[in-house]
Design a protein around this ligand. Structure first.
Ligand SMILES: Nc1ncnc2c1ncn2[C@@H]1O[C@H](COP(=O)(O)OP(=O)(O)O)[C@@H](O)[C@H]1O
Ligand SMILES: [Mg+2]
Length: 248
């Protein structure tokens, strides 16, 4: 269970491919392990044809969860608003998306995965995950926790700082950072960056997910999820063990 019992966790990222989906699965696995009723939502999925497995299939494969909800899909691997425009469509209406998320309000925990990085647009009004988060918070009148998934390699400090500033400016500041894909053999940059990411990203590092997590079976992934996330996010991880502090 998350420490403050936030009902909705929004998972966004510093970019595409940073590990939002595996982070979403880890959050779900921890909540499931704590006996909570969990649903995972992917409001907008791009880059996948109808009937093909998208991010939710990945979450299901890693956690065994079947309470999975995707609302809008675009086949082209593009930002949702761009894919929609190419079809002559305006893109999804955020009030409608928020309404469908609110229909799942009887779950103990809702985990919502964005599309791409935090500033990617969903529709021709220039709205994206930040605006959706605000509408969900309003419609559901509940605490919404924002998890920002980031890398740790060289360049990650700037990405985390820039994205965190943007989230803050949009009224949905990041509550926690999670490293979505921590290398098996972290280099100097990764281990030193981890010490600075919290300050750059204006939120504590609440998880480090090891590379290869996406290859595990459901029971193995559940175990890894608990050891990857800090107690605030439902696990037992102590981030300090990954950080390099000495000069040697
Ligand atoms: N911890 C990890 N271990 C192994 N592969 C990972 C990990 N995190 C992400 N990846 C891989 O990186 C790619 C992008 O990850 P994904 O979670 O889909 O990113 P996002 O959801 O942020 O777009 C996928 O191929 C995924 O399998
Ligand atoms: Mg994803």
């Amino acid at each position: 269970m998350t420490a403050d019992g936030a009902r909705v966790i929004l998972v966004t990222g510093t970019g595409t491919g940073v590990g939002k989906t595996v982070t979403t699965a880890a959050l779900a696995a921890c909540a499931l392990g704590a006996g909570r009723r969990v649903a995972v939502v992917k409001p907008v999925q791009t880059g996948v044809d109808p009937g093909e497995p998208g991010d939710l299939a990945e979450v299901g494969r890693l956690t065994g969860l079947t309470d999975l909800h995707e609302f809008v899909r675009f086949s082209e691997p593009l930002a949702p608003a761009t894919a929609a425009r190419r079809l002559g469509e305006p893109g999804p209406d955020l009030e409608q998306l928020a309404g469908r998320i609110a229909e799942l309000a009887d779950r103990d925990q809702l985990i919502v995965e964005g599309a791409g990085g935090a500033l990617v647009r969903f529709n021709d009004r220039g709205q994206g995950i930040c605006e959706l988060a605000r509408v969900v918070r309003e419609v559901m009148n509940c605490r919404l926790r924002v998890v920002l998934v980031t890398g740790a390699r060289l360049g990650a400090l700037h990405d985390a700082a820039a994205t965190s500033q943007a989230l803050r400016a949009a009224g949905v500041p990041a509550d926690q950072l999670v490293i979505g894909d921590w290398p098996v053999e972290p280099g100097l940059a990764e281990r030193c960056n981890l010490a600075d990411l919290g300050s750059y990203g204006q939120a504590p590092v609440g998880g480090v997910i090891l590379h290869g997590a996406d290859q595990l079976t459901v029971p193995a992934f559940a175990k890894l999820a608990v050891s990857s996330l800090t107690p605030t996010l439902g696990g037992t991880c102590n981030i300090a063990k990954y950080i390099k502090t000495d000069a040697a």
